[in-house]
Design a protein around this ligand. Structure first.
Ligand code: SF4
Ligand SMILES: [Zn+2]
Ligand SMILES: [Zn+2]
Length: 323
């Protein structure tokens, strides 16, 4: 097959659009989708100036998604004095997995000359995921603990680093899975929150004073294309899966969506288009009810913002310590 644009050998065919693209046109198309999303979400506000730049903290795991995101953003904005970027990596304490992916993070940020910060569960919380999995005091999946810890550290450090926004490398498949999971769980409140928390265009969001706003500029690009882009550019990334990965339900949804996509190309895009619109409408409804921003106050133990006296993270850490 040949590239639709220039006739060179095609490296990919996208069934959802019918496009065949050569390496250079494929790369360009991925980059264009990220830049378009940055524009459409209005990530860079008009009031950012070289004197008062916008600071983006990029969650960098060393997996293909965050590596591709950091690379494209760096190439787009490295020369723009209105933007400062810092990469933030989290070390969960998972033997043989996180060390290698951190090596990829270090190589990448050295190449890009991007500031890079690493924070670990062990130093910050006194726990390692390998031990948490052994003890499992709450009888939960590993990812249920890990997700609470990661969110807390990302949030705390993004704030410490003075972030205006926290950017993560979720791709189209990740987002379509999350959307479908919210539908299947009937979690309408979560759909409403999703808009203000990470998927709405910034001018349309009601931002919470409690949290650093998030965005996902890679979310128009399917996972397979992110992987191909990473491979073609030979970017340093770590492909292995976490040995504790246990999101069984998400795995089922992922397979379901891949099967659907094969038979009905474009289904991930249409799920997301509908979901974005719906979550925007819901966000408006819920704001009127005042449900979108519950009263939060500092956790008695750690100071993180929480709707209760002691936050979920401190509760889990305490359970692990006594478990
Ligand atoms: S797969 Fe689960 S346990 Fe492993 S790093 Fe991710 S969230 Fe943590
Ligand atoms: Zn071409
Ligand atoms: Zn706490």
């Amino acid at each position: 097959m040949n590239c639709d644009r220039c006739g060179a050998d095609a490296v990919m065919h996208a069934a959802y659009s019918g496009a065949h693209l050569c390496e250079s046109h494929f790369r360009e198309s991925v980059e264009r989708r990220v830049r378009r999303r940055v524009r459409e979400d209005d990530l860079l506000p008009d009031d950012a100036t070289p004197e008062d730049p916008e600071r983006w903290v990029i969650g960098l795991s060393g997996g293909k998604d965050s590596v591709v995101l950091a690379t494209i953003l760096d190439e787009t904005f490295a020369e723009d004095p209105r933007v400062e970027m810092v990469a933030l990596s989290i070390h969960e304490g998972i033997e043989g997995y996180r060390d290698e992916s951190l090596a990829a993070c270090e190589e990448l940020t050295a190449d890009l000359e991007m500031r890079h910060e690493v924070v670990g569960y062990e130093d910050e919380l006194g726990v390692r995921m390998d031990d948490v999995v052994e003890d499992d005091p709450e009888n939960m999946a590993a990812c249920a603990y890990c997700g609470v810890f990661r969110r807390d550290l990302l949030e705390t450090y993004a704030e410490d680093l003075g972030a205006d926004k926290l950017l993560t490398g979720h791709n189209l498949d990740d987002e379509a899975q999350t959307a479908l999971m919210n539908f299947l769980e009937g979690d309408v409140a979560q759909m409403a929150k999703h808009f203000d928390a990470s998927i709405g265009p910034f001018p349309d969001r009601r931002e919470s004073e409690h949290f650093v706003p998030r965005a996902k500029p890679l979310r128009d690009v399917p996972e397979k294309e992110v992987a191909l882009y990473c491979h073609l550019r030979d970017l340093p990334s770590h492909m292995a899966e976490c040995p504790h990965a246990s999101e069984a339900y998400r795995g089922e949804i992922q397979q379901l969506l891949l099967d659907m996509e094969e038979r009905h190309p474009g289904v991930r895009h249409s799920i997301m288009a509908g979901y974005e619109e719906l979550s925007g409408v819901l966000a408006g409804e819920y704001r009127e009810d005042g449900d979108n921003s519950p009263d939060l106050s500092p956790c008695e133990r750690c100071g993180s913002k929480t709707a209760r006296n002691v936050c979920r993270k401190c509760e889990l850490v305490a359970a692990i310590d006594t478990g």
